[in-house]
Design a protein around this ligand. Structure first.
Ligand SMILES: [Zn+2]
Length: 122
């Protein structure tokens, strides 16, 4: 997994632009199984502004109760000072939930359309 090839067989491998600065220089990290880490979240990092953009975050049932996450709510990432809207919440195990996030860039940079492109299977 060097990342130089097109990787056309992995599906949903579209180029990701940083929602915060618009840079196409992003590095995608897939959730879990294939990566070099035991990453439970799915995200990409931007070389332009250095921010991390989450697409999926995993939460335990306890964290779900404490955070009261539900679709349509806002999700704040304090570490990166970014903001998302929760597009859906999926239960994936007896004690694990996945939260699908849609970045909410500052209003002046908001793009029209393409609001729900997180529907592709994991
Ligand atoms: Zn950026």
């Amino acid at each position: 997994m060097v990342g130089t090839g097109p990787g056309s067989d992995s599906g949903g491998n579209a180029e990701r632009h940083c929602p915060w600065c618009g840079s196409p220089a992003t590095t995608f990290v897939s959730r879990g199984y294939t990566g070099p880490t035991d990453e439970t979240n799915q995200y990409f990092t931007c070389e332009g502004c250095g921010r991390t953009t989450f697409e999926l975050v995993a939460k335990t049932a306890r964290e779900m109760r404490l955070g009261r996450f539900k679709p349509g709510d806002f999700y704040q990432d304090r570490a990166n000072r970014t903001r998302y809207q929760i597009s859906r919440v999926l239960r994936v195990g007896s004690n694990e939930f996945l939260i699908y996030l849609k970045p909410l860039p500052p209003a002046e940079k908001r793009r029209v359309g393409a609001t729900d492109d997180l529907e592709s299977p994991i």
